[in-house]
Design a protein. Sequence first.
Length: 396
Amino acid sequence: MSNVNNDTSALDEKKKKEANNAASDYGAKLKKFTTSFMTAFYVVLLYFSCSGVALMLCKVAQSNLLPTDPRCSPYTEEKVVLPSVKSNIFTTGVFTDPEMSMKLVFSTTLEKNFTYRILDAIREYKASPSSNFLANYFISIVEGLVQMNFSIINTVMNQVNGFPEVVIVSLGPLINAILFGIGMVVNFFYFIYLYFANMYWFFKQNANDTSEDSNDKPQWQVVTFASPVDWGMAVALVVLFVFLFIIFLPILGFVPLVILVYCILSTLSFKGQLNDNRSISIAGIVTGVIVHYKLTIVTILSLVMISLAFSGLGTMQGIIAIIIACCIYYGLIRFDTFSPINETHLTPLVRNDQPEKSCRPTRAKNISLDEMMFGGGKHLSQHLRHRFKKLLKQLN
């Protein structure tokens, strides 16, 4: 009798152990399912956020606001003349007739949008009387890379802007990767070209007076054999910088990367007006993409959840996930996950043409007699002192 009781007790213990192991295994599967789904959730959100970045780059490129012309501001004092243009954003797609969208407008006034502080400082230094040839050598490299990067963004993303918005959003991260890849390749080789092509600055000298009272712009003179010491120093600099290029090329290779990232961030820093009634930035556009493409995002996440349920939890759990998703989609379970947002402020699509821009020379300010005598006497005194010093140098 005792043997029977022992066998029963051992069997109960075995069943209890198996039940605990099964519960433990299912808990581990459930934990893995939850972790996998949350990872997929964040990946999908990140994907569509990158799509919002691509959409922002397209709209700024269409506006033609980026400083792509080295003859215009902020590289020079010549102001940019550019008409404003409306861009289609958050379109309803081809399933509506006519196709509708919200309208995005960027300010064509640089001061009202993004100020290129680095480029402004560079422009002011180049025009200062104490401008140095070596500093201008580095400036010419930076300016060339910046202008090239903005031109790449402006050209490539304006072409992409001609695609339907659903294509841009669907392929957003791929578009960003292609843009970045093209930018890196072009930047690297263009940096090498600029590094050597701008060495002509070593053979220049600023002949202008470097005193604080000088109001003139720098006067650059070419160093020739007539000045053997200066010419020899220029040749020595060429040899030195060629040697530095060979030694530090891996480090110098980061310069194009930094410039490219700077130009992309500068482009993303623009602010526009959405439907002429509210300001919007890159954060608003990324949020808008997630909101307006909510149905697509939820559908993707639902398919991921069903797939994970079948593979990680079992066939029955997968079927239950399908049933729940269908009940939510058809409204049997009140949950607005699959409900599209209520679109407002929609108008028919406009053309995606990029406006043409031109440069307008900045007129020099004429100082009147009243300004010199009363409000602008400082300008006159500085000018006379500067001319007097030059006259004394000539007499000596």
